[in-house]
Design a binder for this molecule. Structure first.
Ligand SMILES: [Fe+2]
Length: 135
């Protein structure tokens, strides 16, 4: 299964959307590797990228929220912090136990699943708020 960055995932904010695309690309790259039997070989690199890019992306999004005084910032920040721990947990598992099919599957489902849900439920609200402030 390949995760498509469909219209309903676009928030309308160029920065947020382009960073979300990068995250989707990383997951899709891992999925592509899986289809040719290279999932375990790619998982380390995928997790390194996700870990650093998720941090960059969240801080960009949080800065945007602070700049435009997004009212739900404290909660949104909490969602980010919780998810950073999930990604860190995957990285720790990789460091301690190495690559496994189970870890590859967990990475694909937990990262993609969280992102889809968070974008549709939360990030669209941020983008709408920024739009309102800038129009
Ligand atoms: Fe977010």
């Amino acid at each position: 299964m390949v995760y498509k960055f469909t219209k309903d995932l676009e928030t309308g904010n160029d920065l947020i959307d382009s960073e979300h695309r990068q995250l989707f690309d990383a997951i899709n790259k891992l999925l592509d590797a899986c289809t040719v039997g290279h999932g375990r070989a790619e998982i380390g690199e995928a997790l390194d990228f996700l870990n650093s890019y998720v941090n960059k992306h969240f801080s960009d999004e949080e800065n945007l929220q602070l700049k435009y005084r997004y009212p739900d910032y404290p909660n949104h920040k909490k969602y980010h912090e919780t998810f950073k721990k999930v990604v860190q947990g995957l990285v720790d598992e990789y460091r301690q136990q190495g690559a496994s099919i189970d870890l590859v599957a967990k990475t694909n489902t937990s990262v993609a699943g969280w992102l889809l849900n968070h974008i549709k439920k939360e990030d669209v609200k941020v983008a709408a708020h920024v739009r309102k402030c800038t129009s």
